[in-house]
Design a protein around this ligand. Structure first.
Ligand SMILES: Cc1cc2nc3c(=O)[nH]c(=O)nc-3n(C[C@H](O)[C@H](O)[C@H](O)COP(=O)(O)O)c2cc1C
Length: 367
């Protein structure tokens, strides 16, 4: 039904307009108690065996919504209603900004992919913090807050911008993500170099500890799939050295290999996500797990289209898995299908718990 609807309706609309329309429906449905209870019962069934713990946070399941869909924290309950067991909001920047001029989001239907150059359009850290502060949660879901650099702030002053966001947002975050991997903010990805990343992560950690004194806010970093293997290793080592809680692998890619869509689409500037990203982001995840093992929690994202993809991420080393692009193509049953299929795979596997399955394939390969 959704796929027919998608073909007839959404594909004829500008992708960003379609996003806003779908988003409005989700928010609306989540506001009507009878409807949201019905939808949550249908779309977010719980599987006892999938209960998960990551960086000290308990979750109903391992699958969540990747950053970028709910940039301004306006639809957390709506997304939980659709079965996402954690919702990462953002990227939020120190100051509000409009993002890049439109058109800035493109659908590559033949590749089951998207290209975006949104450029961190968001309401800014003060407004998003106020929204999170005022929020009365309906569903118990973990909320991650992903922060990035305001475009007009020079690279040399990036840390102060991240610190500003941290001071405003950390107290509202179940976990905090330092995003240094979007290709759409000039210079942002340079911050992944360890000489920039070390002081940045240290400053954010200190700011989080200074502003939130009743708990330790878990801190993660999100990396690009386009890093060279040695640079992936360097970030992994730095994360261990700094006592980071997690690494999210990966953001979108600037690579364009093997695409079937017309050149007028594949030639658009921006980050590519969805199916074509699957292999590289899985490879980065495996590399990270081989390097850090259980010392740091890994979050696998990039081209996760179904339960099998999510299961492969878990076996490769991910404790949590996220998706975005496939939600556009699969529709409202996406998260439910992933969780249902994951429960079936776990029950049919030799592993008694999800935690036992985490990294099992990568460990085997290392023997
Ligand atoms: C339209 C769009 C906007 C995105 N915005 C952000 C963002 O603001 N911050 C971020 O960390 N990642 C952002 N991402 C990247 C996703 O969180 C995810 O890492 C990437 O899309 C790979 O996952 P997928 O293949 O399941 O989409 C965005 C992705 C898309 C498609």
């Amino acid at each position: 039904m959704y796929k027919l609807f998608f073909r007839l309706f959404f594909t004829r609309m500008d992708p960003e307009q379609a996003h806003h329309l779908a988003f409005r429906w989700i928010r609306l449905a989540a506001r009507v108690p009878v409807l949201r209870t019905f939808l949550a019962a249908a779309l977010a069934p719980r599987y006892k065996e999938l209960r998960t713990e990551a960086f000290g946070l308990r979750m109903h399941g391992p699958f969540g919504l990747a950053a970028g869909f709910d940039k301004n924290a306006v639809a957390i309950d709506g997304m939980a209603m659709l079965g996402f067991d954690h919702v990462e909001i953002g990227t939020v920047t120190g100051e509000p900004q409009p993002g890049n001029p439109r058109k800035r989001l493109f659908r590559l239907v033949q590749d089951r992919a998207l290209i975006n150059r949104m450029g961190f359009n968001n309401d800014g850290s003060a407004a998003v913090a106020a929204r999170l502060h005022a929020r009365v949660p309906v569903f118990r879901t973990v909320v991650g807050v992903n922060i990035g650099k305001t475009k007009v702030v020079p690279e040399a002053e990036a840390a102060a911008d991240y610190v500003k966001s941290t001071e405003r947002l950390a107290r509202h975050a179940d976990y905090l993500v330092v995003n240094v991997s979007s290709p759409n903010t000039p210079g942002l990805r340079n911050l992944q170099a360890t000489q920039s990343l070390r002081p940045l992560l240290t400053a954010v950690r200190e700011a989080a500890d200074r502003t939130v004194t009743d708990r330790r806010v878990p801190l993660l970093v999100k990396i690009a799939p386009d890093l060279a293997d040695e640079d992936v290793d360097a970030v992994a080592d730095l994360a261990v050295e700094l006592g980071l809680d997690g690494i999210i692998a990966t953001n979108t890619t600037i690579a364009r290999e093997g695409l079937k869509s017309p050149a007028r689409l594949t030639g658009e500037t921006g980050g590519l996500s969805g199916a074509p990203l699957k292999e590289r982001s899985l490879e980065v995840l495996r590399r990270l797990y081989a390097r850090v093992g259980d010392r740091i929690t890994l979050v696998g994202v990039g081209g996760v289209e179904n339960a099998e993809d999510a299961w492969q991420r878990i076996l490769a080393g991910a404790t949590l898995v996220q998706g975005y692009s496939a939600f556009v193509y699969e529709g409202p049953f996406y998260a439910r299908a992933v969780h249902k299929g994951l429960a079936a795979r776990l029950n049919a596997s030799p592993y008694a718990t999800l935690a036992e399955a985490v990294g099992a394939d990568t460990r085997k390969a290392a023997v």
